[in-house]
Ligand binder design. Structure first.
Ligand SMILES: *Cc1c(COP(=O)(O)O)cnc(C)c1O
Length: 234
């Protein structure tokens, strides 16, 4: 039976091929293991056997028991990649290295206030953009991204904007998927220019579209099922 090491090897192989075809060094792209529905044991194996050092979780309630039981001698980063409800902002700030799902000015203000309260400075955040226009998706509208990014940089001194994040459209159409990723990359470049700031992170690409995301400039792919197998929700 195929296990985690085989799946990881295949993901790494696809990543190398995509990077090569884009003329990019594969070392520019980090792999996040997306661990929603996965047990602590599975994640521990992914870190200790697979050497993954970056994990993403969608929900605070599900993530906290995993993060709080994580062994200190196995240092990894936890990133929040699911929508953050305002009343859970404090827990998010206390437990996650990066918040990739910043999707409103209101949430930025709350994160700023609470990070001051708890004495956490320079909290890395990504602005999530809804590049597909699908109403089921979170994220700010592409046309609002520049204004919101500049708001964060000017008014939220405790937050450190590192780049942009998106979830690609729900389709198998390569052109549509690539155009969403291309849109995000274009925004990263233009926002970086507007703010006169280097924004190093472009978080895009999941199990079924990460090769296209890499060709469109992704610096961080978020992989769940291709690494851990099909998810079963209970
Ligand atoms: C679940 C999820 C992923 C991973 O999805 P897979 O298709 O299993 O790779 C990546 N990003 C976000 C925001 C997710 O919610």
């Amino acid at each position: 039976m195929e296990g985690f090491p085989d799946r990881l090897a295949r993901v790494r192989e696809m990543l190398s091929l995509a990077a090569e075809s884009a003329g990019r060094p594969v070392s520019d792209i980090s792999i996040m293991g997306v661990t929603k529905t996965r047990s602590l044991q599975e994640i521990l194996a992914a870190a200790s056997i697979g050497g993954l050092t970056l994990f993403g979780e969608n929900r605070i309630q599900e993530a906290l028991p995993k993060i709080s039981s994580w062994p200190e001698d196995l240092p990894v980063e936890w990133h929040l990649i699911g929508h953050l409800q305002k009343n859970k902002a404090r827990k998010a700030l206390l437990n996650f290295t990066m918040i990739q799902s910043l999707d409103s000015i209101e949430l930025a203000d709350i994160l700023e206030r609470i990070s001051l309260e708890i004495g956490r400075q320079g909290v890395p955040v990504l602005l999530e953009v809804n590049t597909s226009g699908e109403s089921s998706k979170y994220g700010v509208k592409p046309e609002d991204a520049s204004y919101i990014a500049s708001y964060i940089c000017e008014n939220c001194r405790n937050l450190s904007l590192q780049g942009l994040m998106t979830v690609g459209p729900l389709t198998e159409d390569e052109k549509q998927i690539r155009s969403a990723f291309g849109l995000l990359r274009g925004l990263l470049v233009s926002i970086g220019k507007d703010l006169n700031k280097t924004l190093p992170v472009l978080s895009m690409g999941m199990s079924y579209d990460f090769h296209w995301a890499v060709e469109e400039g992704s610096t961080m792919v978020r992989i769940g099922s291709a690494l851990f197998g099909t998810r079963e929700y209970n």
